[in-house]
Design a protein around this ligand. Structure first.
Ligand SMILES: [Zn+2]
Length: 402
């Protein structure tokens, strides 16, 4: 495992000594990156050395913090070639523990908490981050305090309660939940593992970038479409690409990084279109994709910078476009996606129609979670929760032995 050399600010490049748990940059309040001595690892840690490693995100332990991991088998999810669209690959993150990509970041963050002897964690969440923090906290013997909007998908609440977390349902959005954590954390002794307010969730999420490279034979695709709430995965993957180049594992080619948001909450898309460096708080955010209902992301300026310097773009899709894509993935590919994941297919279709992407471009679409986490949301959208089945498909009585 890699020794942390320093923490480095993502905005002002301030260096912070690698002792003890970290939060934000002490100078400017921006997120911190974990930095290792990659030059020393170059040539010693090779792509070939990975073959004997576990099939989880911890196979990349040589470039992850040196601590005893709290793991439930997260990561190394399949990269499925689309059955319908040539050159499209689906990164199936729904197969992670707790059914979403959030497991990666929380595995790393909770490992850090346990390493430093921190007993109480708190986080605001649109749903899946809470489930993941609850699960990893249970595994680590840490108390989890979770704040979610009261209309969070049912599975997230049921999971969090089951894992023994302390759940508060808030009449508001994730930004309101975040404020409540910030107001109470000092008095309660909670460590705040909010998106990007500590540097380790990025370290977990960056493994998605390592995996895509390894699964594509150490090349990168022409484009990656990533559903963006907080944007940690996009930030993490970009970090992974830079690290891999420094290690000599890949060249300098980068995918076009494409951020997809919902038209009901698209602060980063708006900022991208306006040429702004950061986003503004989105008012009256509303979308079926709970994880995309993030009205203002702390790392928005990093996501915008990555989209621009990779010659990517940011695109908004409506809930109806998302749910049409959801049905397509289910019926064409056998993939039961989270709405956020389906949004990346909706974005791909838009970008093909606008000729931003060509058929010959290799494109990775992220399905960030399993649709099973959204059963109530999906059933409500298609009204399957109300419609009775036609009579000939509804058989009375009990199932008999046959
Ligand atoms: Zn700074």
């Amino acid at each position: 495992m890699a020794k942390i050399v320093r923490f480095e600010c993502s905005r002002c490049a301030e260096h912070v000594a690698p002792d003890g748990p970290q939060t934000l940059c002490p100078k400017c309040g921006a997120p911190l990156y974990v930095r290792y001595d990659l030059a020393a690892l170059k040539g010693k840690v090779t792509r070939e050395s990975l073959t004997s490693k576990p099939k989880s995100m911890w196979r990349y332990s040589e470039v992850l913090p040196d601590l005893d991991p709290v793991t439930l088998g997260e990561g190394f999810t399949p990269l499925l070639p689309s059955r319908k669209t040539p050159n499209v690959f689906i990164k199936e993150e729904g197969l992670n523990p707790t059914g979403a990509f959030k497991a990666r970041g929380m595995s790393a963050a909770v490992s850090m908490l346990r390493h430093y002897g921190i007993r109480k964690a708190a986080a605001p969440s649109a749903g899946n981050a809470a489930s993941a923090l609850a699960a990893y906290s249970a595994a680590a013997g840490i108390e989890a305090h979770l704040f979610m909007p009261k209309d969070v998908p049912m599975a997230n609440r049921v999971e969090c309660e089951s894992y023994g977390a302390k759940v508060t349902l808030v009449d508001g959005l994730i930004s309101d939940c975040g404020r409540m954590v910030a107001e109470r954390k000092q008095a309660e002794g909670w460590f705040d593992v909010s998106t990007l307010k500590e540097p380790f969730r990025v370290e977990g999420k960056k493994t998605m970038g390592y995996e895509i490279a390894e699964q594509m034979g150490w090349t990168l695709p022409d484009a990656i479409i990533y559903p963006t709430g907080g944007g940690v995965g996009m930030i993490g993957m970009w970090k992974a690409f830079e690290e891999m180049e420094e290690l000599g594992w890949i060249g300098s080619k980068r995918p076009k990084m494409i951020s997809v948001q919902s038209s009901g909450c698209a602060p980063i898309v708006k900022a991208f279109d306006e040429g702004a460096k950061a986003s503004e708080m989105w008012k009256d955010a509303e979308t079926i994709s709970a994880g995309l209902r993030v009205p203002k992301a702390l790392g928005d300026f990093i996501v915008l910078d990555i989209a621009r310097k990779s010659e990517g773009t940011c695109v908004a899709v409506t809930d109806d476009e998302t749910m049409t894509a959801f049905r397509e993935w289910a019926t064409d590919e056998g993939i039961f996606a989270a709405p956020e994941g389906a949004a990346s297919l909706a974005a791909y279709k838009k970008l093909r129609a606008s000729k931003f992407l060509k058929e010959s471009d290799s494109v990775v679409l992220f399905n960030t979670g399993s649709g099973l986490k959204y059963i109530d949301v999906i059933a409500r959208y298609f009204r399957w929760d109300r419609q009775a089945l036609p009579k000939e498909r509804s058989i009375g009585g009990i199932i008999q032995p046959y």
